[in-house]
Write a protein that binds this ligand. Structure first.
Ligand SMILES: [Zn+2]
Ligand SMILES: [Zn+2]
Length: 382
């Protein structure tokens, strides 16, 4: 089966069990400043506009309420606050596309490559690190990675962006970790487009796997990463002491580490940054959420301690869910009260803009973008 046919057949990619892996549903519903006053009653979906098909259909069938989902053309986004090169250091492409298909059943992008090319067009996206973290390992990783082997492949399938990936078993799926799963991880580590092992770690917020199992599986994968000299992508949530202890025991001090989608305490971040000189804190759109002040506090802590030093952060989306809240201010007024159902790589300049605001004097969005870009190169070689 050709690749394009394969992906057409697989329009409905399986939604990952880890779909809410980084944030809680309460965080998702309390974005700041996203929730403007709800004025959907004044928003008339035009029946002439095919992109409003979903919402008008919902309206006429149920006669109750209008869809809160903007037409899919709004995924293409307005002018960003910075036009510098974008590297998304942590994204889940298969899940994002799958979610797109679910939310826009009549959506125009028939396969994942058409979707990505449309979303990234004209956005100066240079590179992405796509993350696979399920157990059993999704075989689709190889289809994606093989489609990015040569510059010609990357041009035709990925619109010229540098596609890279990381793979490992998420703490949620630790209970499904087996020798066979480990064999699949090791196979992926040998692929030329693989830049890291992860995301792996501990998540005591959801406790989807027993904590002792999470710890065993975390250690096991850390040992393999260090043996193979693969950089690490760490997922940690409400498990500060155990994450810190296990990492200090298993990981050399000078190791390259990306603690992604950070939302734990600033003190924890400070301890990790002090111990591991090549560790970076991953910043997603969650920094813009009113329910989370920790991530902003981490930025303030960095800039007040050393104002002229580069930020030790990596910019990421962890797509598909954490749309930066400040993006809504740039969207047309007619979308007031509506929420984009998914985020994607081209939203990173808004996250950078928010970071610059938190960082304060001497900072602007371009500086954050530049430093984030440089750190992505240092961390992943991308
Ligand atoms: Zn995560
Ligand atoms: Zn993730």
């Amino acid at each position: 089966m050709s690749l394009s046919l394969f992906l057409k057949v697989h329009r409905q990619l399986p939604i990952s069990r880890n779909i809410f892996h980084c944030i809680s549903t309460s965080q998702m519903s309390s974005t700041n400043p996203a929730p403007r006053p709800n004025t959907t009653a004044n928003t008339k979906p035009s029946s002439k506009n095919p992109s409003n098909k979903n919402s008008s259909k919902n309206q006429s069938k149920t006669g109750k309420k209008k869809s809160n989902t903007p037409g899919e053309e709004h995924l293409l986004l307005p002018t960003p606050p910075s036009s510098l090169g974008i590297v998304d250091t942590h994204t889940h492409i298969a899940t994002t596309y799958s979610f797109y298909r679910q939310r826009y059943k009549e959506g125009k992008y028939e396969n994942v490559f058409d979707f990505i090319k449309a979303m990234y067009e004209g956005r100066n996206v240079e590179a992405i690190v796509d993350v696979w973290c399920e157990a059993p390992v999704q075989k689709l990783w190889k289809t994606f990675a093989d489609s990015a082997l040569t510059p010609e492949d990357r041009q035709s399938h990925w619109g010229g962006i540098e596609y890279w990936f990381a793979l490992g078993v998420h703490p949620h799926d630790a209970k499904h970790y087996t020798d066979a799963v480990e064999k699949d991880i090791l196979e992926a580590m040998a692929h030329p487009r693989c830049v890291a092992l992860g995301e792996i770690g501990l998540d005591y917020h959801y406790d989807n796997s027993p904590r002792n199992v999470q710890q065993t599986v975390f250690r096991r994968q850390l040992k393999h990463a260090v043996r193979l000299e693969k950089p690490l992508v760490i997922h940690t949530r409400e498990a500060e002491e155990d994450t810190e202890r296990i990492m200090k025991e298993e990981v050399p001090k000078d190791y390259k580490v990306h603690v992604h989608c950070f939302s734990d305490s600033p003190e924890f971040a400070a301890r990790l940054l002090a111990h591991f000189p090549n560790l970076y804190i991953g910043i997603t759109g969650v920094i813009t959420y009113s329910s989370n002040t920790n991530t902003s506090a981490v930025i303030s802590q960095m800039t007040s301690a050393s104002p002229s030093e580069p930020l030790r952060i990596l910019l990421e989306t962890d797509a598909p869910f954490m749309t930066p809240g400040n993006l809504y201010a740039s969207l047309p007024a007619s979308l007031k009260g509506k929420k984009l159902p998914l985020c994607h790589t081209a939203m990173i300049p808004w996250t950078a803009e928010f970071v610059a605001g938190v960082a304060g004097e001497g900072w602007d969005v371009d500086r954050v973008m530049r430093e984030g870009r440089d750190n992505a190169r240092t961390m992943y070689g991308v």
